[in-house]
Design a protein around this ligand. Structure first.
Ligand code: SF4
Ligand code: SF4
Length: 302
């Protein structure tokens, strides 16, 4: 039995999700990730630190937020809010437009479980359940351990979405509690992987094999980005790795999109946004063919 914690840092809970597994699901996004993928659409997930988020498109410039701030800040005018804000949330409470929010809030397992129990009927009727995502959810394995034990007692189905960059020994007791695991493989060349994500791929590929050995069904998710990993050499190498080491895993191709840009703006880190090219239908079909030629099924949850 590994270590447990009754509290964790949750970025967001998404109800009625139909893209993160079978049936209707509640997705629990847990904060913290060691990778820094240049195309990341969830930059608020990088660290578990509380953050002020400002959605400019909702703001009407009423200035109620600045009157409420004990630090005499003007939340709607700050260029890098998280350099100075103490995240007390007073401005969030008074904003009539919901243009401000605090991301990465510490949650108690009991409060979270109460909410999940309310959704249990939906799960039962649709064959759904809970999906852990992030960030990298396994970084909060102590919190997940508490939640997963209760989900098991309540008969709630659990899936997980991981980037694969975690210490396997710390989480191996949790893996059999999932009925499905989504795992990313981003690039087969470790140097390229490091260039685009900040970390090499060795730990991820080793963990993919270890997860597969547990017998839990796997879907390999591949963010497909023209400038990064859509060349034939990389696609062939990825298909060969899956065919050889994860032979019953299927593959989902996730085409790059620019929707994450709004998040960078709302966190005041627009300068960190890197623009890539969305793949064409032809490029995606070509990539699918390469995997199918290796006997790998292509699936679509999103
Ligand atoms: S209170 Fe909300 S709507 Fe009003 S200025 Fe501040 S952020 Fe904008
Ligand atoms: S969260 Fe608190 S400190 Fe930060 S801007 Fe809002 S009111 Fe000011």
């Amino acid at each position: 039995m590994g270590e447990c914690s009754n509290t964790g840092v949750v970025i967001q809970m998404q109800d009625y999700s139909i893209h993160d597994g079978d049936g209707v699901r509640t997705t629990i996004f847990l904060a913290g990730c060691k990778l820094r993928c240049q195309w990341c659409a969830n930059p608020e997930s990088w660290t578990p630190k509380r953050k002020l988020v400002y959605y400019k498109h909702k703001c009407t410039n009423c200035m109620k937020c600045s009157l409420a701030c004990p630090m005499n800040l003007v939340p709607c005018k700050m260029e890098r809010p998280n350099d100075v804000c103490i995240t007390c949330g007073k401005c969030v409470d008074v904003c009539p437009q919901k243009a401000l929010d605090i991301a990465c809030v510490e949650k108690n397992s009991e409060d979270l479980l109460k909410k999940i129990e309310r959704d249990a009927l939906f799960f039962r009727f649709t064959g759904g359940g809970v999906t852990f995502s992030g960030g990298e959810p396994f970084l909060q394995h102590k919190f997940m351990r508490v939640l997963l034990d209760r989900f098991e007692e309540l008969g709630i189905d659990s899936w997980v979405e991981t980037c694969g960059y975690f210490d396997f020994e710390s989480v191996k007791d949790l893996l059999p509690k999932f009925s499905h695991i989504f795992m990313d493989i981003k690039h087969m060349d470790s140097k390229k992987h490091k260039e685009f994500t900040g970390c090499g791929n060795e730990l991820i590929l080793e963990n993919a094999k270890k997860i597969y050995a547990t017998g839990v069904p796997m879907t390999i998710r591949i963010p497909t980005i023209a400038e990064v990993n859509l060349d034939d050499k990389n696609l062939e190498q990825t298909a060969q790795f899956i065919n050889k080491n994860l032979p019953t895993a299927d593959v989902e191709l996730l085409p790059y999109h620019e929707l994450g840009k709004a998040k960078y703006i709302s966190l005041g880190i627009e300068d960190k946004f890197v623009k890539f090219t969305t793949p064409t239908v032809e490029q995606l079909n070509h990539a699918s063919e390469i995997f199918k030629n290796h006997g790998i099924e292509i699936v679509e949850y999103r």
